[in-house]
Design a protein around this ligand. Structure first.
Ligand code: ADP
Ligand code: MG
Length: 651
């Protein structure tokens, strides 16, 4: 069944090289029980690894059941190991995080076959007398018991050949003989057994003893014949390509990944911290962004729509303040002329403002006064909900009536309703007729810290101005804004005799400019938060990569074992990718919770407008999965590329 001809194997360590096998030729028939003996370093394990398809010879040929093994690819060898070989190692190589029965089942996961793995595993455990310990962890068992579990694992795929490398090397005499009794029994059932040992007492059990010396066969004696092969000898030789993505197998990988994550809770938490912060800031950023946007829209509504503001001075900031250039002074006549421009102008209001000291009863408040015309209330959504707006007569008659902003009211009247009361504005008695609806802040300016009075009263009685500070114009519809701007520009130039090449001594702004300004600000904010998020996600990804590399190194022997029992490259890749995605996804989910929490705290305690969206949650989750995939790829590749023999030898 097994035939090797003149095989050699040389290991290289830096400059030096070791000839572990120097031309070994031998034949092993089906049903034989072979012990390979020899001094330490004589090449026993090297030979067994090659026979067990864990390693390939440098030269020479290896025929297994008539097929040349030498030319096979890694995945083919993995399938062969899974289908026809069972391994028992000196160090047992049981996975500590799994129960006994899960350890025994492990080769079945890589078979890709469907079946009652639990039942098969339980049967094998019973065969080695450990049926009652299926749920125990390996570390709760004695060495002898652990080796029996390892034998059960070697049997679960019903292999034709069992390879055992010093199976009793770590056991006391009594347990050694128990293990040998089991192997003898398996041999009696028709299994081929190839066992490495250096104890003559153990070699006694075998029917044939091959002794190695310096990488060569030194002696080969057969004491008893091979047992008659039983059962389906050619079974399982097929190396069907089974898909890696198989529901049952995937589920197995996912549970394994999460048990490994759960086994390192603190480490996992620390390494996903970057992802967590990144995802949390993505969520908070998007919540803040959309909250700011909708509150901005609200604010714009309160400003009024299709609104133009005509003011003296250049639009260039600081120009007028520096005293350079001329400055057009508008009067009520200008406002009337603009109103007369025709149907594209819906309404017009002059505007004048200044500081004001207000006194009511014994309270005192430094605030602002704004004089406006009749249409201002509707244009700028300032018509009181408590009390009323001015009448046209009150404005014409320069009457002393005032509408107070919501910031002013509590300063002067406390909780009392001010409507009907008297307030002194710059020592003049005004009657309060209403409270203006709140507008909030425009930048640093509190738009509610104001007393609104008729424009005439403001100019001639309170502020002593002959001129308007500006004129608000409401255009009939949004499409007419540009046309209205041009018409107003022409009109003002004509009325004030401004030459086309003169410095701008006035400006017309429409409120969409404010909107652009505001959205530019929020965009900057979002970009800032976005780059914090991006940086922490990248840093977090590198953290994940680092911890995955550590994990690969730590679990080198586990990877070796998995490969020995038939895991393909893709299986190992998948296992580690699932693990890294599992980590980043858990980090992402915690990040989502933290992000939503932070947004909620900001809105409750700081009064910020936030709006968490399902989209941002989905985006953050997707991003964390992608990061797991991207940064897990290299470690997973490293794990998958390990050679089974080297991984098993790793200390
Ligand atoms: P045995 O199992 O008989 O003790 P091995 O087959 O393990 O012997 O080793 C044979 C020789 O090859 C020894 O000298 C050993 O140090 C060397 N060797 C085995 N594996 C490696 C390896 N991966 N790298 C370098 N040298 C190795
Ligand atoms: Mg050895």
């Amino acid at each position: 069944m097994i035939e090797v001809v003149d095989i050699t194997r040389t290991y290289r360590i830096g400059e030096s090289s070791v000839n572990a096998l120097n031309g070994v030729s031998l034949k092993i028939e089906q049903g034989e029980f072979v012990a390979i003996m020899g001094a330490s370093g004589s090449g026993k394990s090297s030979l067994m690894h090659i026979l067990g398809m864990l390693d390939v010879p440098d030269t020479g040929s290896y025929r297994l059941m008539g097929r040349e093994v030498g030319g096979m690819g890694e995945d083919e060898l993995a399938a062969l190991r899974n289908n026809i070989a069972g391994f028992v190692f000196q160090q047992f190589h049981l996975l500590p995080r799994m129960s006994t029965i899960e350890n025994v089942m492990l080769p079945c996961i890589y078979s890709g076959e469907a079946g009652d793995f639990q039942g098969q595993a339980r049967q094998c455990l019973e065969m080695v007398g450990l049926g009652h310990r299926a749920g125990h962890r390996p570390n709760q068992m004695s060495g002898g018991e652990q080796q029996r579990v390892a034998i059960a694992r070697a049997l679960v795929r019903e292999p034709m050949i069992i390879f055992a490398d010093e199976p009793t090397g770590n056991l006391d005499t009594r347990n050694s003989h128990e293990i040998m009794r089991i192997l003898t029994e398996l041999h009696a059932q028709g299994k081929t057994i190839i066992m490495v040992t250096h104890e003559p007492e153990i070699a006694e059990y075998a029917g044939r003893v091959i002794t190695m010396k310096d990488g060569k066969v030194f002696d080969d004696r057969t004491r008893s014949k091979a047992t008659e092969p039983r059962g389906d000898t050619a079974r399982n030789f097929g190396m069907e390509r089974l898909p890696v993505f198989q529901p049952g197998r995937m589920l197995g990988f996912v549970t394994q990944a999460f048990s490994s994550i759960a086994a390192n809770k603190v480490r996992t938490l620390l390494s996903v911290l970057g992802i967590l912060v990144g995802v949390a800031s993505v969520i908070a950023m998007m919540a803040l962004g959309s909250g700011a946007k909708s509150s901005m829209e609200e604010q714009l509504k309160s400003m009024g729509s299709n609104l133009l503001s005509v003011r003296g001075g250049s639009a260039r900031i600081g120009h007028a303040a520096q005293g350079a250039g001329s400055f057009t002074r508008f009067t009520e006549k200008d406002a009337e002329a603009i109103a007369g421009l025709g149907p594209i102008i819906r309404s017009v209001s002059g505007d004048v403002a200044g500081p004001a000291q207000m006194v009511a009863m014994d309270r005192n408040w430094n605030s602002n006064v704004e004089g406006v015309d009749y249409d201002y209330g509707r244009m700028r959504a300032s018509v009181p909900t408590i009390g009323r707006w001015f009448t046209r007569q009150e404005i014409l008659g320069r009457e002393k009536v005032a509408i107070l902003g919501t910031t002013v009211v509590p300063k002067l009247f406390g909780d009392a309703n001010p409507v009907g009361s008297i307030v002194k504005i710059n020592r003049i008695n005004f009657r309060v007729i209403g409270v203006a609806p709140p507008k909030g802040f425009a930048g640093p300016r509190d738009q509610d810290d104001v007393a609104i009075i008729p424009v005439t009263t403001a100019m001639y009685r309170v502020l002593g101005k002959e001129y308007l500070d500006g004129i608000f114009v409401e255009v009939s519809s949004a499409e007419n804004i540009e046309q209205a701007k041009a018409a107003i520009d022409a009109l003002v130039r004509k009325r004030h005799k401004i030459q086309p090449n003169d410095d701008d001594s006035f400006n017309i702004r429409d409120m969409t400019q404010f909107q652009q300004m505001l959205s530019a600000t929020t965009q900057t904010m979002s970009m800032l938060l976005g780059s914090i998020a991006a940086i922490s996600l990248v840093v977090g990804g590198i953290g994940i990569m680092n911890i995955m590399l550590v994990s690969v190194t730590e679990r080198t022997r586990e990877i070796g074992l998995r490969k020995a029992i038939g895991a393909r490259k893709a299986d190992i890749m998948l296992q580690f990718l699932i693990e890294s995605v599992g980590m980043t996804l858990s980090g992402g989910i915690i990040g989502v919770i933290v992000g939503v929490g932070v947004s909620m705290i900001l809105s409750t305690f700081a009064g910020w407008a936030v709006k968490t969206s399902l989209f941002s949650v989905l985006l953050a989750t997707t991003v964390s999965v992608l990061i797991g995939l991207f940064f897990g790829l290299w470690p997973a590749q490293k794990a998958a590329g390990l050679k089974p023999v080297e991984a098993l030898r790793y200390e």
